[in-house]
Design a protein around this ligand. Structure first.
Ligand SMILES: C[S@@+](CC[C@H](N)C(=O)[O-])C[C@H]1O[C@@H](n2cnc3c(N)ncnc32)[C@H](O)[C@@H]1O
Length: 210
């Protein structure tokens, strides 16, 4: 096999597996596999997902309560904890226990564990009080949840009236959906448009709870 054949074979394998993953997710969304968790922290991803830059547009206020739904390896949780300060609180929630363990280890290593509550939980029934959250943040997560409207309904319960929800999606993620789809979900769940930024490759939408 020549070099060109090898390159063609390699590219075909990558494109083929990406298409397979995307099709499978379209038919049945599923949680990002914990075995691939290292990809969430990969340097290539950090080029467009640097935590400070990613979170700054959401305007997390000191003293506020933030929900990090689908916290994964905690890439953003530590920065959220830094931004809420000593008087604030971050609720890190994930349906996979291994992800919660990874987040706890990361937040603890950063000396921020006092500011974070860790919850091994799914999105349909959150272990949080009604009207207790100032901002719920879902990064590369909403599109993985099979019943988005049920999850958004539950999010509306825990977000304070006038509070916010930020949903961010990226094309590299197998469950990616374009912004117009996410906007439709948020509108259908009764959230009010507050703004957006980014590109089709990686976008963030901000909505308000009434
Ligand atoms: C692609 S990862 C993103 C993790 C993190 N937000 C980030 O951007 O680095 C999505 C995470 O959402 C979690 N997740 C998927 N479905 C969920 C559900 N129904 N309830 C709670 N977490 C869920 C997965 O376990 C996974 O850790």
């Amino acid at each position: 096999m020549g070099l060109l054949d090898l390159l063609t074979f390699g590219a075909g394998t990558v494109v083929g597996s990406q298409m397979g993953l995307r099709y499978a997710n379209l038919k049945q969304p599923r949680p990002f596999p914990r075995q691939a968790a290292a990809l969430l922290d990969h340097n290539l991803r950090l080029k467009y997902r640097e935590p400070v830059q990613s979170l700054t547009p959401f305007g997390i206020a000191p003293g506020s309560t933030v929900l990090d739904l689908g916290c994964g390896t905690g890439l953003f949780t530590t920065e959220m904890a830094r931004q809420v300060g000593a008087q604030g609180r971050v609720h890190a929630v994930d349906i996979q226990e291994e992800m919660i363990d990874a987040t706890r280890a990361r937040v603890t290593a950063a000396g921020m564990a006092q500011r974070v509550s860790f919850h091994h939980s799914g999105a349909y029934r959150l272990p949080l009080e009604s009207a207790s959250v100032d901002i719920a943040i879902l990064i590369a997560t909403l599109s993985e949840i099979p019943d988005r409207l049920l999850a958004l309904d539950e999010l509306r319960r825990v977000i304070k009236p006038g509070g916010r929800i930020a949903v961010s999606e990226e094309m590299a993620h197998p469950a990616y959906v374009p912004a117009q789809v996410t906007r439709r979900w948020l509108r259908a769940a009764g959230f009010r448009y507050g703004g957006e930024q980014g590109t089709p490759f990686c976008y963030s939408l901000l909505y308000f709870a009434e």
